[in-house]
Structure formats: structure tokens, C-alpha cells
Write a protein that binds this ligand. Sequence first.
Ligand code: ADP
Ligand code: MG
Length: 262
Amino acid sequence: MTIAIRKLEKIYRVGVERIHALRGIDLTIERNQFVAIMGASGSGKSTLMNILGCLDRPSKGSYELNGRQTHTMGAGALAQVRNEEIGFVFQSFELLSRQTALQNVMLPLLYSGKHAFNARKMAVRALERVKLADRMKHRPSQLSGGQRQRVAIARALVSEPSLLLADEPTGNLDSQTAADIIGLFKALHNDGQTIVVVTHEEDVAGHAGRIIRLRDGRVLTDYPTNDDPVHREYLNAVAGMARRAAEITAAGNALAGAGAPA
Ligand code: ADP
Ligand code: MG
């Protein structure tokens, strides 16, 4: 699959006000890329994700997904592309609270007309993929934040989408749980999944192969992760902190050693 975005603009109209959220984005994303999108709040990340996910349409420019021109489609055709091609994961999970994990994951399949018997089998498989086979009968309130996000990821994957989109998927999770979720994305990427993830965290972005930074509705930089100057600076700072921590530990050990009885 390939994403080809050309001269993409999005203008929101709120009353008489016009908000120019995207101001000319050009982007190509190849099959099986793992891309991180970063940028300050309000820079247009979610707007871009919603268009990528066929939840919204651009005001100007073009978006081609797997050879199909989505920007000219009507709502029905767009919804069909969304069902066939897109899996979406949100920061707030967006699960139905009265439904079990299994029912939540089955839902998109039932909506797209799959027989319940097959939908159930596919949902079980998706839950196994995210290592939640033992929690299928639990409702969201009976699951941890990380487990809820796994259910949401299973729901996103159940239709075997060509494109997995995640808008700040670790924003509501503690750092250990966030690391688990990113580990899951990495495993999916290794299995061939194309992934675009929005994040505020450099360490999360570091797992992607490419970092696109937005500012004021434009692409500010677009580098392979290892070449991204901001990310390299971040890694240097982290390494520096680790070095200092090791020095302090060594100095402490030396003092303790000097003071210890023979
Ligand atoms: P980000 O996800 O990077 O924080 P967004 O894409 O949500 O940024 O927002 C980009 C700009 O568009 C912001 O100025 C925001 O206020 C505005 N915006 C986003 N969604 C809407 C909407 N539905 N209606 C009007 N303005 C919006
Ligand atoms: Mg956002």
C-alpha cells in the first residue's frame, strides 16, 4: 500500500471564522513503513490523521490510498475505504463500556455485515494477537489502561487493515505500559503492518523508522529517525543522564567501600 498526499489543505469553518489547520502537506508513505508524527499541540496532527483515516476530507489537494483517490469520494465510498483499509486507535481507547472486550472487537465486523460466527472467530484471533485471550469476557472497567488499549488495537486490527493509525495511543498510559504498547506496534510492524503514530514523546517516536514533524499545518522536517537532528539531540541528552547516574552510583559505591570494615 502507498499513501500519496499532495498539496493537502484543511480549513475548518467555525461560525464566520476560518481555521487553516493544514496548509499544504506533501507526503508519501510506503507499505510497511512505521512513521511517527510529532509537533506542538494545534500543529495539525489529528487533522492529518483524520484525513489519512478517511474520517474527514481535505478542503484542497489530493489523498490517494492504495491507488484510490479518496478526496473525490462521497461519504458512502469513503466509509467503505475506511472499513476495508483503516484501523484507528485513539488516546482515550473509545471502547463501549457495556460490552465485553470480545464484543468490542467484533463490532466493526458486524457493522460491515460479517456473520456473527465468523466475526467471533476473527475477534478471538485479534485478541490473541494482542495477548488478551484470557480477558475476552471482561468489560473495559474490569481492565487496566494498557489492557483497554490492547482491546482497542485488536479492534483496529480485526479487519486486517492495510494501514494502522494511532493518535497519541500512549498519552493516557504510564511509561511502562506505554513501552508495552509500543512493543506491540513494533511486533505488528515486523509482521508487515504499515503504521502511522502521533506522539509527543521522543522515546516513543524513537521506535518508528521515520519522524515527520509538523508546525502550523506544514511539514517542518521529515527524516529517517536516525538522521533526525532533534531526536539525536534527545538521545545524546538521555545518554548523558545515564552516564552521570552511573558516575554517581560508582562514587557512592567507592565511598561505601572506603568506609566498610575490612
Ligand atoms: P493537534 O492534533 O496537532 O493538536 P489538531 O489537528 O487537533 O492539532 O488542530 C489543528 C488546528 O485546527 C487547531 O488550531 C485546532 O484548534 C483546529 N481544529 C481542530 N479540529 C477542529 C474542528 N473540528 N473544528 C474547528 N477547528 C478545529
Ligand atoms: Mg491531536
